[in-house]
Design a protein around this ligand. Structure first.
Ligand code: NDP
Length: 798
């Protein structure tokens, strides 16, 4: 071909990356890898190895050890042994290792890029320009956190041993997201890479040896799902960090429910990509290429649902179809390739079958006339139109290069469609009007919102989901706290069953007989700002500390819980109220409680047998606690990050939504106001279940709420048997988080029920907290539990 002809065609020639260095590395290991435990390569106890395959060619790349329970046990034991010294090494010591790892990743960047490209089928260009630089950035950033840990997180300790399980779509990047924060915070790690893509984790193990990382600080156990299951179930693991499908996330939540392991879950998504009629459509098309065809669409936060403003829908789709015709599919190691191979036959089959089902349901399928390679696992970029919001194509995470399209007419409709998914990982909003874009961002249920951009990541900006996309964040300050524990939490006394109190609290004896106290008080449920009778029409007696009949409380049932959650749902405006308004209302609550302080103190005395001084102290501390909650209303601020690449990333502290609170018996007034009013201060609505022993102090409190301008539905109270009500609350799909401080025996049921919508569970695992201690009963830890970080990325510049 002449130069003139080449200019005329403007076609790409092949630009293959040389895989020699990566293949030589595999050869140097004789294409056979053992487990990396305690700084050594160890053969698996089972003596079994599985194949890791190149999906673009079908060739076997290496044989990799399959770890069984005994190997996992050895790895966890090695991590446990290494942990105290790793923590004792101190901030600077750990920072040096993380820095060395960052440098080592850079020094071997091409080998790592090629290995993941070979193993996963992803384009080398993406590995070279996106994944590997982000991996290095993650280790640099966390070297910094390691250095600053004592200064920035005083009074915090590592959790201990972290069991980490990662998926196959970003093998090395997911490893970095897991390992860097764990090491920076003084934890040690056992990591299980995905069965399809173990190679870069093994290469990373070698880097750990090269930098002289102490043995046992990082352990890599390769294997399939069983290996992951053995790791998360291991009794000596303190923290489980999982990235993968929502389905497996659910299994892990169940499998860890009977333990006190801390859990973070980064799960799937079905993220909306919203284009307004004033958007720069050509940029939006490039955004879509990146949003859904990056990494073959095997991206948790892929913009897989295009929601386009009706007036520009046809124009945008015309441009998009033309652009699809220019995408190049082919050998992943070709630097001019846009779309590589799908990771495995089973994934290819899943994509095909979901597209077939969508078409059978009435969707129209468009695929450009781009030739597919003859060999290997390839699927063409696909556009599905005529898709209904409830169809399989709009609801199911396909995890492939498939974009579904729906239109909207108004911003409200865009928000409704965008949120019409159980997931909540990410969203993109395209509009040249920054007011429109930033107006929409807080209304989208997603942990990340990209304005006029997509798939932006940085180590300083936490990443993670709302709703069934999981909980916890990776990256930034919010990612670090997931690996730390305040030191006082380690020293909490265990509660005895059925007692739920701290020894210091003065509680009375079992019910008996005694003189009546005067006029009987008729407590009711408090739902939607109204005192209501229970659905079941039954009440249960409540006794004083010395056994006299004090009153009766309604026996709430599951219907009452549902009504309370519905009332909370209707009070959504509270979520969008400003901090100043919320503070004013909470101060007013404190004022009204103070006004009736003597009455509440007398009530506490009758109920709990506290002496006068203690009862007054509880009321006074409660008033102070409400002041503290009010004070925080306008101070639990977010942050503005300045990540590389001309973006401002605004980290918003958003309320969870409706929080279910199961109250402890101890300090019944103080604990209730501490929990409920911090939740409310952060913009949440609350459904509270008082303790069965002292419910009347909480039902008395609704009179204070009623006189303090708290909008109906913001606080709801359902009395009854917590053992019956808590799992209902924990299982309700419209409850975003559950705070369980009830009887220790109820903890497992609550955690298990929380899988319904993968809600975040906060509990002290059957340990008693001292509600009088401000470190334990107020402030940042409560607010952290009451909020979730949403990062809104706003690009700037021409
Ligand atoms: P899976 O959930 O199938 O697997 C994830 C990991 O868990 C793998 O290592 C897997 O092992 C392991 N595993 C499987 N079963 C169990 C079990 N019972 N107990 C413990 N571990 C287990 O997800 P995929 O690998 O298919 O990854 C795709 C999913 O990951 C998508 O849903 C995607 O959205 C999500 N994802 C989420 C991200 C986020 O940040 N939110 C980022 C990236 C992906 P093996 O595969 O080796 O058998």
């Amino acid at each position: 071909m002449s130069i003139l002809e080449a200019f005329d065609m403007m076609d790409y020639g092949p630009a293959p990356e040389d895989p020699a260095e990566a293949l030589a590395w595999l050869d140097a290991h004789e294409r056979r890898f053992n487990l990396f435990i305690a700084g050594e390569w160890r053969a698996p106890a089972s003596e079994s190895w599985f194949e890791s395959m190149n999906p673009a060619t079908g060739e076997t790349l290496a044989h990799v050890a399959s770890a069984g329970a005994a190997d996992v046990d050895a790895a966890v034991a090695a991590a446990r042994r290494a942990q105290p010294d790793w923590w004792a090494l101190g901030c600077h010591g750990r920072a040096r290792y993380l820095y060395a790892l960052a440098r080592q990743v850079q020094k071997h960047s091409r080998r790592l890029a090629v290995l993941d490209s070979l193993d996963n089928g992803k384009p080398i260009r993406e590995m070279r320009d996106i994944d590997v630089p982000l991996v290095a950035r993650h280790f640099y950033h966390h070297a910094g956190w390691a250095q600053l840990l004592a200064e920035e997180f005083p009074g915090h300790e590592p959790l201990g041993v972290a069991g980490q399980v990662i998926p196959w779509n970003f093998p090395l990047l997911m490893l970095a997201w897991k390992i860097a924060p764990a090491l920076a915070t003084g934890n040690t790690v056992v990591l299980k890479p995905a069965e399809f893509t173990p190679l870069t984790a093994l290469a990373f193990a070698e880097l750990c040896r090269e930098v002289g990382l102490p043995a046992g600080v990082v352990n890599i156990v390769t294997g399939a799902g069983d290996t992951g299951a053995a790791l998360v179930a291991h009794p000596d693991v303190d923290k489980v960090a999982f990235t993968g499908s929502t389905e497996v996330g659910r299994e892990i939540r169940r499998a860890t429910a009977d333990s006190s392991k801390r859990l973070t879950l980064e799960l799937g998504g079905k993220s909306p990509f919203i284009v307004f009629d004033d958007a720069d459509l050509d940029s939006a098309v490039e955004g879509l290429v990146d949003g859904i065809w990056f990494n073959q669409g095997e991206v948790c936060c892929a913009g897989s649902r295009l929601l386009v403003h009706e007036p520009v829908a046809e124009r945008l789709l015309g441009k998009l179809r033309r652009r699809m015709g220019t995408l190049r599919l082919g050998p992943p190691q070709d630097k001019a390739i846009d779309v590589g191979a799908v990771v495995a036959p089973v994934q290819l089959e899943r994509i095909r079958s979901l597209v077939d089902q969508a078409v059978a349901d009435g969707a129209t399928c468009y695929q450009a006339d781009t030739p597919l390679p003859e060999k290997g696992l390839f699927y063409p970029p696909t556009l599905l139109t005529d898709v209904g919001p409830a169809s399989i194509a709009a609801q199911t995470e396909i995890f492939g290069p498939v974009l579904t399209v729906m239109t909207f007419r108004t911003p409200d409709e865009a928000v409704t469609l965008a949120n019409n998914t159980p997931y909540g990982l990410a969203a993109s909003v395209w509009s040249e009007n920054i007011n429109v874009a930033l107006g929409l961002a807080p209304r989208l249920k997603a942990g990340v919102v990209w304005v006029n951009s997509t798939n932006r990541f940085d180590a300083a900006c936490g990443f993670g989901g709302y709703r069934e996309s999981g909980y916890g964040r990776e990256g930034g300050r919010e990612g670090l706290v997931e690996y730390l524990i305040p030191d006082w939490q380690r020293r909490l006394p265990a509660l005895r069953e059925p007692e739920q109190s701290l020894p210091s609290a003065a509680f009375g004896s079992a019910p008996g007989t005694g003189a009546p106290l005067g006029i009987d008080r008729t407590a009711k449920l408090y739902i939607g700002g109204r005192q209501t009778r229970p659905d079941g029409g039954n009440s249960v007696p409540v006794a004083t500390a010395d056994g006299q009949h004090l009153g009766e409380v309604p026996l709430g049932n599951r219907k009452d819980i549902r009504d309370a959650v519905e009332a909370a749902h209707k009070a959504e405006a509270w979520e969008h109220s400003d901090g100043h308004t919320r503070a004013q209302i909470l101060y007013y609550v404190a004022e009204n409680l103070a006004e009736r302080g003597e009455e509440f103190a007398a009530r506490l005395r009758h109920m709990t047998a506290a002496d006068v001084a203690n009862a007054r102290r509880e009321v006074e501390t409660s008033v102070e606690r409400i002041f503290a909650a009010a004070a925080w209303c306008d101070k639990h601020d977010g942050a503005v990050h300045d990540p590389p690449g001309r973006n401002l990333t605004v980290a918003l502290q958003e309320p969870m939504g409706t929080i279910g609170i199961v109250c402890p018996e101890c300090a019944p007034l103080l604990a209730f106001v501490s929990l409920a009013l911090h939740a409310v201060a952060a913009g949440n609505r609350v459904v509270a279940i008082p303790s069965p022993r002292y419910p009347l102090i909480v039902t008395d409190f609704y009179q204070v709420l009623e006189t303090s301008d708290v909008p109906p539905g913001v606080v709801n109270i359902v009395t009854g048997r917590p053992a019956e009500l808590s799992p209902v609350l924990a299982g309700h799909a419209d409850v975003a988080a559950i705070w369980y401080f009830g009887a220790p025996s109820g903890t497992v049921a609550v955690k298990s029920a929380s899988v319904s919508n993968m809600k975040r569970v906060w509990t002290h695992e059957g340990r008693g907290i001292d509600w009088y201690d401000p470190r334990q009963g107020q402030g940042r830890e409560l607010l952290r539990q009451a909020t979730q970080v949403k990062n809104v990325w706003v690009p700037y510049g021409e």
